[in-house]
Design a protein around this ligand. Structure first.
Ligand code: GLY
Ligand code: MN
Length: 452
């Protein structure tokens, strides 16, 4: 059995996450004589239908429970270090359709909790915790059901819990890294199958189907995000969603797809030629994007400034686009005028965890500087963070044509050279990287999907 699978035989470390979140709160002078209260995502019905909508567990709830059961609740008593999970009671009507749900005993054995009660016992349990003169309750304001009462508590702290969990989620523990590794392992199998399918496929749908089917057959029933199975000019659409176009007369495939495994994500992009061989222009751009990524890998360490790594990707892009003859001018001027953002418009990467674009990155989408506007992580990246490194170069008419119409910026672009590159579409290469402290060796690539 692999190290990952051995780790995942243990329970999801919900209690350790509760302790970490409680420490974050109390270190900031907030009440320690308190409980944390959270609700799972509710079962929601499809509009005008009698079926339940697709269920996705609330990430805040999962982080502190490891439990994917809908309509559940949790209470963590900070001073006593007691975590109680509340699961829906058995409803004989529903058993006929859906089978038996987990019993209290099964839940206690499966989750890292101290007690399991039924959801109709929540208010009584809260009342039992609350009557002391000092006890407060932490909750997320929009995530408290109407029938829940916090009246027994002297204080209700609704403004800190979301931030506390968002920040704690940045640093992954061994178990969380194992989940991301597992999502990566399955996604790699699926990328390989999708690439194999490309040799006979006639439509993007067959690549999409090969990817999703392989994930499910290998135990990942959910996707981390909607797969991007783009070909031809669509490779320049960053979040292309159609995945339904014929492959005739197209050069390249950009497959950005990742499985979700027990609520943790992989996010992987590979670009490859449909014919098996890149054209010279596609090869030039592929080699450049690979160089951007490798050069950024060389800069990774705990505490690095993510803006510096992102800027480095732009510097390598500028050098490469100059060498390809697409840009002209000095490297410094091209950087200062932000010309490379016309070809590399998005950020170098984002935190990855329970969400594909995970919490705690402090993006500034209002940044007037186009080079940093879409950078989803700002500032220093700590040891324990998992971050994507995903440079790209795109030939997107919606972005580049307005630049060609602006004489101040058009003077840096060689139109005749550029015209040879539109059919490349776009190239992105994306891996998921664990940042380690120096003693552990700096960083580790969790993605071993083959590259060209
Ligand atoms: N994989 C899609 C994204 O990172 O936005
Ligand atoms: Mn990504």
């Amino acid at each position: 059995m692999s190290l990952t699978d051995t780790t995942l035989k243990e329970k999801y470390p919900a209690k350790a996450h509760c302790q970490r979140v409680a420490k974050y709160l109390t270190d900031r002078g907030l009440p320690s004589d308190a409980v944390i209260y959270l609700e799972a995502q509710k079962t929601r019905m499809v509009e005008d239908d009698d079926q339940a909508d697709h269920f996705r567990q609330r990430r805040y709830f999962f982080y502190l429970s490891g439990c994917k059961v809908p309509d559940a609740y949790l209470v963590y008593n900070i001073p006593q270090n007691i975590l109680t999970l509340f699961i829906p009671p058995i409803d004989p009507e529903s058993v006929i359709w859906a089978g038996l749900p987990e019993s209290k005993e099964e839940a206690l054995a499966k989750y890292d909790v101290d007690d399991v009660l039924y959801t109709n016992e929540v208010n009584a349990a809260l009342a039992a915790y609350g009557p002391r003169k000092t006890t407060s309750v932490y909750a997320i304001p929009e995530q408290v059901s109407e029938h829940i009462t916090f009246l027994p508590f002297v204080g209700t702290e609704l403004s800190s819990l979301r931030e506390a969990i968002d920040e704690c989620r940045v640093i992954k523990d061994t178990y969380e890294v194992a989940l991301i590794r597992k999502a990566n392992e399955i996604s790699t199998l699926a990328h390989i199958e999708a690439q194999k399918a490309a040799s006979t496929a006639t439509n993007e749908e067959q690549l999409y189907g090969a990817f999703i089917g392989t994930c499910i057959s290998n135990g990942a029933h959910e996707q981390a995000y909607h797969s991007i199975c783009a070909t031809g000019h669509s490779c320049a659409t960053l979040h292309y969603i159609r995945n339904d176009q014929p492959l005739r007369n197209r050069l390249n495939v950009l497959l950005d797809a990742g499985a979700e495994y027990d609520c943790y994500c992989a996010d992987i992009t590979r670009t490859f030629p449909l014919s098996g061989t890149f054209t010279p222009e596609s090869q030039t751009i592929y080699d450049l994007v690979k160089e951007m990524q490798e050069s950024c890998f060389d800069m990774l360490y705990a505490g690095m400034n993510w803006e510096d790594v992102h800027e480095n990707a732009h510097k390598v892009a500028i050098k490469g686009l100059l060498k390809a003859g697409i840009l002209k001018g000095s490297e410094q001027e091209l950087l200062e005028k932000r010309i490379s953002t016309a070809f590399f418009p998005h950020g170098l990467g984002h935190y990855l965890g329970m969400d594909t674009h995970d919490t705690g990155g402090h993006a500034n989408y209002e940044d007037p500087d186009p080079m940093f506007k879409y950078l989803r992580v700002r500032g220093q990246v700590p040891a324990g963070a998992v971050i994507t490194v995903e440079p790209g170069i795109y030939f997107c008419r919606f972005i580049i044509e307005p630049v060609l119409e602006d004489p101040e910026r058009a003077k840096y672009i060689v139109k005749e050279a550029l015209d040879k590159y539109w059919d490349v579409g776009g190239v992105r290469i994306e891996d998921d990287v664990l940042i380690k402290d120096e003693k552990e060796g700096g960083w580790e690539n969790l993605t071993d999907t083959p590259k060209l």
